[in-house]
Design a protein around this ligand. Structure first.
Ligand code: FAD
Ligand code: MLT
Ligand code: ZN
Length: 474
């Protein structure tokens, strides 16, 4: 191990290889996952500054048989980006590789390094007069490498797709330490297997993404946000149908939020002034991005909301008057995750179900959970427009969070995932498998698909050094 550490220091510089040898160095930011579910112990945290350094680090680790855990902003929610507790794995942090390498306005593309923080990528696109639409609550610290690694979703998927749909080309260091130069800005390329899409969503188990060419879009002429009270989940689905009909591609966001989820925001962040939540079981946040102008957008929104009130699927609504009000409404939505964390440990889910079946899924599964765990509290919210619900389970009021997880997590996951399967859904719509779902995946994934995944892993990483034990267990 000492020989490996000294090679890594030669490759990246001594200051970029952090270990527990120095008691003054705190490795918690790289070893503890965002939800504080798992604290791993790394042999070292290595911070290369270039693709060539990443390749040399991977080669050195491969020669030593040392496992590598790629890490971006460490905001992942399924324990995929932190090391295990053996003290034998290295964390390969891409955090120093942040450059915007190129912008091609005519081709509508931007090429960035993997450690570029999502918010900085959005800002670079905006400064060039474009929109980079990927948007999520962790955008101030997650990186595009991590977004690609998890195929992150977020709040604009309805119109622009997941991170996968936004990516045209990748630069990747393979498990052997070779560099795949795939930074094409092509929208069409039918020359064989789609390696880019194989790497995206592989959660660091097949290689290290070092740079990416991403799509840019024109900025909308106007963007309006509304907050609507709806009387039931079915009413929220009906409102979604109306919004699709009336706004067409202008509908860029459609988020649902349950009353208890909003009550947690109100409790932990009262200064945010959550509207309408006390009078209704569900609220919906809608965004209309218009290519004409604000007056057009507002007229469209108002007529949609009037029609929805007449149809009985909206009982009350507010339309943001200006950008700062719109940001405030989005901030409330994005604060649910933090408010839930403040409330205590909980069991998180990021399931997807065909939109049409979500009301029945929620009604049935809520009833089953209440039967099993009297007093259980449901923190439901999410990207209803994509059929993606954060169907989270919080301990009964006053119960001890860690004890609740110990006693009920496995049971609750099985109950919820069995229901997801019955409703033809997926047990992970956006956060990925990581370590938290790896044990359950074989029960819910088609066995032939799993066998093909294992064959891919064996072919690309035969010595299992890339993020071992995540996504697939040997
Ligand atoms: P990390 O957490 O560092 O890593 C995540 C995974 O990607 C790990 O398996 C890691 O090994 C791998 N990885 C990281 N970098 C690379 C690389 N360069 N090459 C190969 N593999 C790599 N997710 C959503 O999808 N939608 C949301 O709306 C959303 N909202 C969130 C809100 C909050 C408040 C928080 C805390 C998280 C949220 N997330 C959401 C989850 C998380 O932000 C995303 O999964 C994000 O994509 C992770 O990026 P990261 O840079 O932090 O990656
Ligand atoms: C979100 O949509 O806010 C995220 O996916 C985070 C979460 O599930 O808490
Ligand atoms: Zn989400």
């Amino acid at each position: 191990m000492t020989a490996l550490l000294s090679s890594l220091r030669q490759i990246c510089g001594a200051a970029q290889v952090l270990t527990h040898e120095d008691p003054a160095t705190d490795l918690s930011p790289w070893e503890l996952d965002w939800r504080k579910r798992i604290r791993g112990r790394a042999l070292a945290v290595v911070r290369p500054g270039s693709t060539a350094e990443v390749a040399a680090v991977v080669k050195a680790c491969a020669a030593a048989g040392t496992a590598i855990v790629p890490q971006g902003g460490n905001t992942g929610l399924v324990v995929g980006g932190v090391p295990d507790d053996t003290g034998t794995q290295i964390v390969l942090s891409l955090g120093r590789m942040q450059a915007v390498r190129a912008i091609d306005p005519a081709n509508l593309t931007i090429t960035v390094e993997a450690g570029c923080v999502l918010q900085n990528l959005q800002a670079a696109a905006e400064a060039a007069g474009f929109l980079f639409p990927l948007s999520l609550g962790a955008e101030g610290s997650c990186t595009i490498g991590g977004n690609l690694g998890t195929n992150a979703g977020g709040t604009q998927v309805l119109r622009y797709g997941n991170t996968r749909e936004l990516c045209l080309g990748l630069e990747v260091v393979t498990a052997q330490g070779e560099v795949w130069h795939g930074l094409t800005g092509l929208r069409k390329d039918n020359t064989g297997y789609d390696l880019r899409n194989l790497m995206i969503g592989s959660e660091g188990t097949l290689g290290v993404i070092t740079a990416a060419t991403m799509k840019l879009y024109p900025q909308p002429a106007a963007q309006l946000t509304a907050w609507a009270a709806v009387p039931s989940m079915q009413a929220a689905v009906d409102l979604l149908g109306l919004a699709h009909q009336r706004l067409g591609p202008g509908l860029t966001g459609f988020e649902v939020m349950g009353q208890f989820a909003l009550s947690l925001v109100d409790k932990h962040y009262p200064q945010l002034r959550v509207p309408l939540w006390q009078q209704t079981p569900w609220c919906v946040l809608l965004e209309n991005s218009d290519s004409e102008n604000e007056a057009h957008a507002r007229a469209q929104f108002e007529s949609l909301l009037e029609a929805a009130m007449e149809a009985g699927c909206v009982t009350d609504a507010v339309v943001a008057e200006n950008l700062s009000q719109a940001r405030g409404l989005w901030h409330i939505r994005e604060s649910i995750t933090l408010a839930q964390a403040e409330e205590g440990l909980n069991i998180k889910h990021d399931i997807s179900i065909p939109v049409s079946r979500i009301p029945a899924f929620v009604a049935e599964t809520d009833a089953l959970l209440a039967q099993h765990i009297p007093g259980v509290r449901m923190v439901d919210f999410g990207h209803l427009g994509d059929g993606n619900l954060h169907y989270n389970v919080q301990a009964p009021a006053g119960a001890d969070g860690p004890a609740f997880l110990r006693d009920f997590e496995d049971q609750v996951n099985t109950l919820v995932f069995d229901q997801v399967k019955r409703f033809d859904g997926s047990i992970s719509a956006e956060h990925g498998v990581g370590e938290l779902k790896v044990g359950k995946l074989p029960n819910y994934k088609d066995p032939t698909a799993l066998a093909m995944m294992r064959a891919v892993k064996q072919a690309l990483d035969p010595h299992n050094i890339m993020n071992p034990g995540r996504v697939l267990r040997p």
